[in-house]
Design a protein around this ligand. Structure first.
Ligand code: ADP
Ligand code: MG
Length: 702
């Protein structure tokens, strides 16, 4: 396709410099080849015509034959718009153009017959069409665009304002077909044996049919091929990068020794769940393989990741290596330190805590003992990454709550020994399988998909602002039983000032409803100095205060088993994964716990759906799948920080899991037989990978 990649779009018929600029900035389309890869996101059947009275606003795009009866400008200045009346002989409907009205009026003639194409909607309680397309019934354009399946293209506001709508995109592509593709076959981008093995249509057939489908069955085959191809090359790249021969040399933890065995046989506080056992085995295989472990451990809140981390640490110590565990906050690091050093007490393992508030003298001692090897396990925050922290022989680094750390920080860990240590990254934000497969390829992912026995599921309830008094009564009853409650407010950068005001107002209101001296309330938010935050949290953790009013700073890690109520204000503004994380702060003790989601009375369909998922499921994976479906991969918690490393043109991770599986299996098979893609029939794969390489920006997860 390189021929077409050389032709700038501004030279195309119907484009020109202005539209070219907009295509560039809005769709990242620079040349003719790019333009052909702007695919419709849906198709409408234009052999079907509707009557106006059959149409309602729940329908997608529809087509109506009729006559334009009136056309006039309403209002003045900025709020002026063009309004028309359209009749199909039995009833009429209003047409509205908020922009470009004059231009449209010039093109249309009152009394003429048109084919109307648009999405019905309600405006002022009346059915109408906003910015519809009208095509003269007898024009060449109408003949071409009518009948059969027609693509609908994604357009942005800016594109629409510059007359780049579905119809004009279609025209541009039609013109490309008429000129550049008239006597030109698009060169194939997949090897011939793959096409025949999977019965895939050629690239040339696919591109033509995705824009102008011949029929439904061919369209489906073409869609499959293009989705397959997109996912296949991502998998090929990932699998090749993570293949055994590309893995780094790693330390070998040859034996299971005394620390591990003695802990497992005599001191472990509970029986491991099957999932914990499985994961420990997987890690055991990694650390004896001779290759560096780079493993992601996913496990829902409360699934017992800490114990797994601890047991892996013992494998390192048994082989005379040191280990470290890094957590994103001081509170979390301290909690790990307390629970782990308690469990390790009978083994007399040397453990220390290093955080920003560790005193200089103690710090010095820790540095020294790390270097001379007498300190075996270091637990802490980012402070671990500082250059002064030098290990004698670091063999294993464990990172808790991975998505809180940046790539550069993680890379620092690798430099702490002559060879990079084994790395285990633990996250409580489950990523849907399709996403994990695409983001991490063959990176090893372990999953704890089972909670320890005896947990009472948290009851989740959705209420509106109108129910607040009832909710406060409920909290009072729980507090009377000696329990504690969290009340969480959103605080989002874009609306920080307003959110802050809500938080303050909420706090004042709560102080009136839960007055001292009977009740005590703590408040924490991101703007408090760290020490004050710590103090407030500590008061809540020790039971001095019964209510903790907070922004999402509490999301990660705090463990207050006595807290049984989690109230989330403006719940519609949180992502599902985040709501699930917050909910995980309760239900940590033996008592029944509750999560109350408060939204405004008026809710969008999306909000209702999201709240329904939260009230019906407590499974983090199920919730993250739903989040992927409702919000798309770019917005998912856990991918937000790092961003998606690629852009998908046609495949959809929420829907195309099966195609992804085929693509992955195929890529794996090919690499198994030809790891470096050297045989002649795979030459094309290598070329395509090179061509696509700049668009993939992979980083190791640790
Ligand atoms: P998370 O995966 O969220 O980090 P934790 O490691 O904090 O979970 O474990 C949650 C709670 O479950 C802790 O109180 C821990 O002691 C307990 N726990 C962990 N493993 C087991 C087990 N196998 N059986 C019973 N309780 C367990
Ligand atoms: Mg944890």
């Amino acid at each position: 396709m390189s021929e077409l990649a050389k032709i700038d779009i501004k030279y195309l018929k119907g484009v020109g410099p202005r539209k070219a600029d907009i295509l560039r900035s809005e769709l990242n389309v620079n040349n003719v080849e790019d333009m052909l890869y702007v695919f419709p996101f849906r198709y409408v059947d234009r052999s079907q015509f509707y009557k106006i009275r059959e149409v309602d606003s729940s329908m997608a795009y529809v087509q109506i034959k009729g006559k334009l009866l009136t056309l006039r400008t309403i209002g003045e200045g900025k709020s002026s718009r063009m309004s028309g009346t359209f009749s199909d002989g039995t009833s009429t409907v209003e047409l509205l153009w908020f922009k470009g009205g004059r231009y449209i009026a010039d093109q249309l003639k009152i009394g003429n017959e048109y084919v109307l194409f648009g999405k019905p909607s309600y405006y002022n309680n009346q059915l109408n069409f906003v910015h519809p397309e009208l095509e003269s019934l007898n024009s060449a354009e109408a003949k071409r665009t009518m009948g059969g399946l027609h693509g609908v293209y994604n357009t942005t506001e800016k594109m629409k304002n510059n007359f780049l709508n579905t119809k004009s995109i279609q025209t541009i592509i039609f013109n490309i077909m008429q000129t550049h593709l008239a006597n030109y076959q698009l060169p194939e981008t997949l090897p011939a044996y793959l096409l025949s093995k999977l019965s895939l249509p050629t690239l040339d057939t696919c591109i033509r049919n995705l824009h102008f489908p011949k029929d439904k069955s061919l369209l489906e085959k073409c869609q499959f091929r293009m989705k397959f191809e997109e996912l296949f090359y991502i998998q090929l790249q990932l699998l090749q990068r993570n293949s055994i021969q590309n893995k780094k040399e790693g330390f070998i933890f040859a034996s299971i020794g005394n620390y591990f065995l003695s802990f497992y046989q005599n001191h472990i506080p509970f029986q491991l769940t099957d999932a914990q056992k499985r994961v420990i085995k997987e890690i055991r295989e990694d650390v004896r393989s001779g290759k560096q472990m780079n493993r992601l451990l996913q496990g829902d809140v409360g699934s017992g990741k800490t114990l797994v981390a601890l047991m892996c640490t013992l494998m390192a110590l048994d082989n005379n290596f040191q280990a470290c565990i890094m957590a994103p906050t001081e509170i979390l690091a301290t909690q790990h330190y307390l629970s782990i050093s308690k469990m390790l007490q009978p083994l007399s393992v040397q453990v220390r805590l290093l955080t920003g508030s560790t005193k200089t003298a103690e710090r010095r001692e820790i540095y020294e003992r790390l270097e001379n090897g007498t300190l075996q396990l270091l637990i802490g925050t980012h402070a671990l990454l500082e250059d002064k922290v030098k290990f004698k022989n670091l063999g294993l680094a464990i990172i808790d709550e991975q998505h809180r750390f940046g790539v550069a920080q993680r890379a620092k860990l690798w430099g702490k020994n002559v060879r990079p240590p084994h790395v285990l990254v633990m996250t409580a934000t489950p990523i849907p399988r399709t996403l994990a497969m695409t983001l991490y390829g063959d990176l090893d992912v372990s999953v704890i998909d089972e909670l320890p026995p005896g947990r009472q599921p948290i009851k989740t309830i959705h209420r509106t602002e109108n129910n607040r008094l009832g909710i406060y009564d409920f909290i009072k009853r729980e507090l009377a039983k000696g329990r504690q409650a969290y009340i969480v407010y959103p605080l989002i950068k874009e609306s920080e000032a307003l959110d802050f005001q809500n938080l303050e107002e909420g706090y004042q209101q709560l102080k009136n409803i839960f007055p001292e001296p009977h009740y005590h309330i703590s408040m924490v938010h991101g703007q408090l100095p760290a020490t004050e935050k710590e103090q407030e949290m500590q008061k809540f953790a020790s039971g001095q205060t019964q209510i903790l009013v907070a922004t999402t700073v509490i999301e990660v890690g705090v463990n207050v088993p006595n807290a049984t109520v989690m109230v989330i204000e403006s719940a519609e503004r949180f992502g599902l994964a985040q709501l699930h994380q917050l909910r995980g702060r309760v239900g940590r003790g033996a008592e029944q716990s509750y999560c109350i989601l408060i939204t405004s009375v008026k809710q969008s369909k999306n909000t209702r759906e999201r709240m329904d998922i939260m009230t019906s499921s407590t499974d983090g994976f199920e919730i993250s799948e739903a989040d992927l479906r409702l919000r798309g991969p770019g917005d998912l918690e856990g991918t937000q920080q790092s961003g998606m490393p690629f852009e998908l043109h046609i495949a959809d991770l929420a829907r195309d899991g099966q195609i992804l599986q085929v693509a992955r299996d195929m890529a794996r098979l090919i690499l198994k037989n030809d790891p470096n893609l050297e045989v002649p029939e795979n030459k094309i794969l290598k070329e395509q990978l090179l061509k696509k390489a700049p668009s993939f920006d992979w980083g190791s997860i640790s």
